[in-house]
Write a protein that binds this ligand. Structure first.
Ligand code: GDP
Ligand code: IMO
Ligand code: MG
Length: 423
């Protein structure tokens, strides 16, 4: 039986998932997002165009693939409308190529306000949220208060909305947070009307029927494994299961219907927002990585923190996701470095360990590095595996040996074409 493949990030997000989904889409009939929401920013580049998607799957630019927003996703109708408008202006027939689960939860303007109020209340301990209302929306989902896409078709939608907003007002009052909801509501209700023009589906039936028909499905993850609500560096995480199991929950795919699990990682590491980052380079080397790698958030524009590749973290992510195939991104950025460091172990309570312990705070783990020779060669115009410099091949082999999973793609630039297939 044909199985659905899952593609996800193995680090702290922004690994380059959007680029690779776009590259792989011609092999698939359906591209489906399963969690997260507009906190994601997935960048695609082709024919000199750069485009950032937030809620819409990264298969949207291909002529045939159908794109599904699954039940596990949270949708901000206002941002969604903006995304659709931008794509329509580029000539993409979004309405024909996009369907949405009725079970996906809606982000209300008050969810965004609560996100901001909660972060402000945390002060220096803030999560560094994208402030898109993700946490409060998932809280309402698990608290069984949320509004779903299917609700917008009901005659009592406005009443349900008002009831939830009343609850939210109490929270905002508790935080002593000042706001003007009247400024935000017209855009919300206008966007709800636009949302209604799209096709709503029961994604669990839709996906399972597609599997039965032999259609090829790629589930597109958002964020990264180290931001997972259960397995990430809690509380500095997002509010959904970003790991492979999230594709089961977020689309209604049974675990035994999952096929390849494609793990995307950068040749180094980045993190945006607060929280521990063992291999962070809070110095001029990290600054150079940020500048050369243009490491600024696709959603918020915030500078991303940068550091060397972290093997214990990568092994952890590979294990909890059951990764069958790796893809290494942004190899071209390391061309500017004469020597490269790779964290192979941590020192934890005086012992050398190669796994991720409960806490990865600096007080609990110290990274242990091995040094490798850099390649100092411009990779960005290379077209085949055979042209890659020996030092890069050594870097790839070294990682494969440590993590015991093959690297099938090496990415050497943001464009669709800057992709080296290793087999
Ligand atoms: P995503 O959230 O995982 O889809 O990743 P983002 O789009 O947030 O961030 C990845 C950034 O790196 C984007 O600006 C991409 O255009 C860019 N990118 C992806 N792959 C490569 C690569 O191999 N080399 C370079 N230089 N940039 C890349
Ligand atoms: P993509 O899909 C990188 C981070 C935020 C913050 C934490 C919680 O583009 O890889 P949230 O808004 O979810 O409450 O923020 O998670 N974060 C991301 N970091 N890439 C993302 O998505 C992210 N989505 C959330 O910076 O630290
Ligand atoms: Mg991103």
């Amino acid at each position: 039986m044909i199985k659905a493949d899952v593609l996800l990030g193995l680090q702290w997000g922004d690994e380059g998932k959007g680029k690779i989904v776009d590259v792989l889409t011609p092999k698939y009939d359906i591209i489906a997002r399963f969690q997260g929401g507009p906190n994601a920013g997935h960048t695609l580049e082709f024919n000199g165009i750069k485009h950032v998607l937030h809620t819409i799957p990264s298969g949207i630019f291909h002529p045939t693939a159908l794109n599904v927003v699954g039940n596990g996703v949270v949708i901000d109708p206002v941002i969604f409308k903006k995304e659709i408008d931008a794509l329509t202006a580029m000539g993409v027939d979004v309405k024909k190529k996009l369907v949405i689960s009725k079970r996906a939860h809606l982000i209300l303007p008050t969810h965004r306000l609560i996100d901001a109020a909660s972060e402000a209340a945390k002060g220096k301990d803030k999560i560094g949220s994208t402030l898109k209302g993700i946490g409060p929306t998932y809280m309402d989902k698990t608290g069984r208060n949320g509004l779903r896409v299917g609700d917008v078709e009901g005659v009592n939608f406005k009443d349900k909305y008002k009831a939830l907003v009343e609850k939210h007002k109490q929270i905002l009052e508790f935080h002593n947070y000042s706001y003007n909801l009247a400024d935000l509501e017209p855009a919300f209700f206008e966007a709800i009307e636009e949302l209604k023009k799209l096709t709503f589906i029961d994604s669990e039936h839709f996906i399972n029927d597609a599997i039965k028909k032999g259609q090829k499905i790629l589930a597109e993850g958002a964020q990264g494994s180290l931001l997972d609500i259960d397995f990430g560096s809690y509380p500095f995480v997002t509010s959904s299961n970003t790991i492979c199991a999230g594709a089961c929950n977020g689309l209604g795919i049974a675990p035994n219907r999952i096929g390849n699990v494609i793990g995307i990682f950068k040749a180094y590491c980045t993190r945006v927002g607060s929280g521990p980052f063992p291999t962070e380079l809070d110095n001029e080397v990290g600054e150079k990585m940020r500048q050369v790698g243009r490491e600024f958030g696709a959603t918020t524009g915030r500078p991303r923190r940068c550091g060397w590749l972290d093997i214990p973290a990568l092994k952890y992510a590979i294990a909890i996701n059951g990764v069958t195939e790796l893809m290494m991104m942004k190899a071209d950025i390391l061309s500017d470095f004469d020597t490269l460091q790779v964290c192979t172990h941590y020192l934890h309570k005086g012992e050398k360990i190669d796994y991720l312990p409960y806490s990865i705070e600096p007080s609990d783990v110290t990274p242990v590095y091995e040094e490798l020779k850099g390649w100092n060669v411009d990779l960005t115009k290379m077209t085949s595996k055979t042209s890659l410099p020996q030092e890069l091949t050594d870097y790839i082999n070294y990682i494969e040996k440590l993590v015991e999973v093959p690297i099938s793609i090496v990415s050497i630039g943001p464009d669709r074409t800057q992709t080296i297939f290793m087999s």
